[in-house]
Design a protein around this ligand. Structure first.
Ligand SMILES: *Cc1c(COP(=O)(O)O)cnc(C)c1O
Length: 433
């Protein structure tokens, strides 16, 4: 076992000072057990913890580090910009540059507003959809994660579409009632929600590649197109939450990959290249309803600050290199196939969902995992926890939950992938022994 004594000590200190010792819950390793590693530095495909153990990193700060950690051009750009002033609370030219780039890359975006996180993007887009349509209710999917704003912290009861019950203490039940939920891939449930709430539904918000239940496939059976059609028929807006899959499954996100255009798009993660940036954008006619052009209020002291804009700009620019996504996808497919082969050889039943450079391997007897209840009811979460910790010990950092995606970066080499597959074989051997 590797020495993790300093992380253990840090975690003890942190728990006295921070709720759960962390500033975002999944980091606490609650669902997998073990000690969260405290990181000291990172470069390329690797992160090092405070005990100087090296890990091949497939979290990449939950996606943003698509170029790999500490890409020299991104670091240099951020350093240059920092020296000129980190925030003005006034317009700067880098906002124009990044807006131009985002509008150019993401097909459905005509006008964009920058914010500071994915959560801010989704809550603002929801307010805009409500303001634009004059309707209060909206539909989200069971297991769809759209950040931590009140209205999104609602999930469906098992199976059937229901009125939302809040998932978190502190969310008023009266407000959560406006959140309608349906299972992924269940267009009949969506239709019946529209039938029961005629003229009251402002929008559907969906992760077009769900990543927060583990990666799910929604496009294969035409589900996203059906959502587009029903929104058009009912006068509701379609919001793609591409905070995770935007700039990840292709330069233009899921909408470009699948050829389905939402009315509004939420972005985050990669758009800031590791600094706190989110954005929401869409058709000009809708976006012009935002303050100060229109009546829907939304603001931010640090929004569009030059440091964050520069990190985003340096990152997004490099995604447009010819063959960038093809290479990322090739490596991801190679890793997924290697991991599945390793599971098979070890007699461990598993399936994988992959879209572009994001994937999840599920430990399950099912032939396919299509919705979050498949994960809760049919995946071996305890086994995942043991595998996860064995992989850590083998020097591979995966997301600490079966309900998460793994991310490939441009810095991962074929040798890293071979090492990861070999590490997984050893880890599987240990946990099945
Ligand atoms: C991460 C994520 C969010 C929230 O973004 P934060 O920057 O963590 O607030 C929203 N939607 C999706 C799909 C995400 O993956």
């Amino acid at each position: 076992m590797s020495d993790i004594s300093r992380s253990m000590n840090d975690f003890e200190q942190a728990q006295k000072l921070l709720p759960g010792g962390v500033n975002s819950p999944v980091r606490a390793f609650k669902s997998v057990g073990g000690t969260p590693r405290f990181f000291a530095r990172a470069a390329g495909a690797y992160v090092w913890d405070v005990d100087d153990n090296r890990y091949i990193d497939y979290v990449g700060s939950w996606g943003p580090m698509i170029l790999g950690h500490t890409h020299p051009d991104v670091v240099k750009g951020v350093q240059e910009t920092a020296a000129l002033g980190m925030s003005f609370g006034a317009p700067c030219e880098l906002e124009i540059d990044l807006a131009r780039l985002v509008i150019d890359m993401v097909p459905s975006i005509e006008v964009v507003r920058f914010v500071n996180s994915g959560s801010e993007a989704t809550m603002s887009a929801l307010r805009l959809a409500r303001g634009f349509t004059g309707r209060d209710k909206f539909i989200k999917f069971d297991g769809g994660y759209h950040g931590h704003a009140d209205g999104f912290l609602v999930k469906a009861g098992s199976g059937a579409a229901t009125f939302g019950e809040p998932d978190s203490a502190g969310v008023p039940a009266d407000y959560a009632k406006l959140t309608l939920t349906a299972p992924f891939n269940d267009i009949e449930a969506v239709k019946s929600l529209f039938a029961q709430n005629k003229g009251e539904i402002a929008c559907i918000i969906v992760e077009p590649v769900p990543g927060n239940t583990g990666v799910m496939l929604l496009h294969e059976n035409g589900f996203l197109q059906q959502l587009r059609d029903i929104c058009d028929a009912e006068g509701a807006l379609l919001i793609f939450d591409e905070v995770m899959c935007g700039f990840r499954v292709g330069a233009g996100g899921a909408q470009e990959r699948f050829g389905i255009m939402p009315d509004l798009t939420c972005l985050g993660k990669i758009i800031g290249g590791g600094l706190p940036v989110g954005a929401y954008g869409g058709r000009a006619e809708i976006m012009r309803k935002i303050s100060p052009d229109g009546p829907v209020y939304q603001a931010g002291t640090l929004s569009g600050n030059p440091l964050a804009m520069r990190a985003g700009l340096e990152t997004l620019t490099r995604l447009r290199a010819p063959g960038f996504y093809e290479e990322l996808e090739r490596k991801t497919t190679r890793l997924v196939e290697g991991l599945l082969a390793g599971c098979k050889a070890a007699g461990v039943p598993a399936v994988a969902n992959q879209v572009g450079a994001m994937f999840t391997v599920f430990f399950t007897e099912l032939d396919a995992v299509t919705c979050c209840s498949d994960v809760s009811n049919h995946c071996d979460l305890a086994f995942f926890g043991r595998f996860f910790n064995a992989m850590l010990d083998e020097g591979v950092y995966l997301a600490p939950s079966q309900y998460e995606a793994a991310f490939m970066s441009a810095a991962h080499t074929d040798a890293d992938i071979d090492d990861t597959i070999a590490a997984a074989k050893r880890a599987l051997k240990r946990v099945t022994a």
